[in-house]
Design a protein around this ligand. Structure first.
Ligand code: CUA
Length: 337
């Protein structure tokens, strides 16, 4: 009984220390959505249970190693044989069962709460591709590479992929959703930002070479600032081919692979590319002209520059863009001297 009392006290003490330690190291970023608060309550319970289990096991092992080591009191002989204890087995089956059922009950409540539908939610269509995110606001007719959101208003994302499986994740909002290709698999994700600030959408599903760089900014702003942004996007629409081309390239994620400052990427940089000489994987040498750029957009695998991978660019830009849009992008590339 003496041993049992000492061990119990040690377990309680160590549980408290481990729990306080885990709470203080900052395992999670700030809570920037109302869903984050609910989800963190679950994390909190789990951290408590983890601290207890860790203490239970390590105190029992440590105590046994030190107190019951071989000495004069416990000479080198076999201990008492114990064949089983039904009472103990029932207890260690029922207690964890009860705990697990309780946690799944809390999980179900939290899941329902995080998915609560609010009718005035802002609709945003999210497209993931290798390797970019693109955001379309159907109510405003805006496409952007930055996810602008008004604070304290629920957003309803409809997510789809143009190629492989990606995963939409903003750690500060806690919620995460796989993004699948195919129009039958459009996924919905709702959350309510509650903290203004700058965040990042990450991709949480290994999706190829530049997966780690598949980030896009998220800006949570006041309702007024959000309206300003909408007006600016709609009003200041540039009309010259170079600006139109730049806008189109930016919003469709071209800069995820092609830099415009000369730095190397998954694809060749666009800086000074027009008029330059390139060696192709076929062994051929070409001068980059309008025709080459046009072919490379609509049929990316036809003339791959030596040293760069094939099958990286989407093959459907010919359906996605009009001829005029492609020509605008070429004008933009030409402008990058
Ligand atoms: Cu997209 Cu990883």
């Amino acid at each position: 009984m003496k041993h049992f009392t000492i061990v119990s006290v040690l377990i309680i003490l160590l549980t408290i220390i481990v729990y306080i330690f885990l709470q203080s190291v900052g395992l999670l970023p700030i809570q920037a959505s109302s869903q984050a608060i609910i989800i963190d309550q679950l994390f909190d319970i789990h951290i408590g249970i983890i601290a207890f289990l860790f203490s239970l096991i390590s105190v029992f092992i440590g105590y046994s190693l030190i107190v019951f080591r071989r000495n004069k009191q416990f000479p080198d002989e076999d201990g008492k044989h114990v064949t089983g204890s039904s009472k103990l087995e029932i207890v260690w089956t029922l207690v964890p069962l009860g705990v697990v059922i309780f946690i799944s009950y809390l999980g179900a409540l939290s899941l329902a709460e995080t998915r609560k539908v609010e009718p005035q939610a802002l609709a945003v269509n999210v497209t993931g591709g290798q390797w970019y995110w693109s955001f379309t606001y159907p109510d405003y007719g805006i496409t952007s590479d930055v996810l602008y959101l008004p604070v304290d208003r629920q957003v309803k994302l409809s997510l789809t992929s143009v190629d492989v499986i990606h995963s939409f994740w903003v750690p500060e909002f806690r919620v995460k959703q796989d993004v699948l290709p195919g129009e039958n698999f459009v996924k919905e994700l709702r959350f309510t930002p509650i903290e203004k600030g700058d965040y990042m959408v990450l991709c949480a599903e290994l999706c190829g070479g530049a997966h780690a760089y598949m980030n896009s900014p998220v800006k949570v702003v006041t309702e007024v600032n959000f309206q300003d942004w909408v007006d600016e996007e709609l009003g200041n629409f540039p009309q010259d081919p170079v600006s139109l081309g730049e806008r189109l390239s930016k919003n469709n994620g071209c800069f995820g692979c092609h830099s415009i400052d000369g730095s190397d990427g998954v694809g060749p940089t666009w800086k000074s590319v027009f008029g330059s000489e390139k060696s192709l994987v076929s062994g051929e040498k070409i001068i980059v002209d309008e025709e080459y750029l046009y072919d490379s957009i609509i049929n990316p695998n036809s003339q791959i520059v030596l040293g760069y991978p094939a099958n990286v660019m989407a093959q459907n830009y010919v359906d996605l863009f009009t001829e005029e849009e492609i020509n605008n992008m070429i004008e933009f590339i030409k402008s990058l001297e």
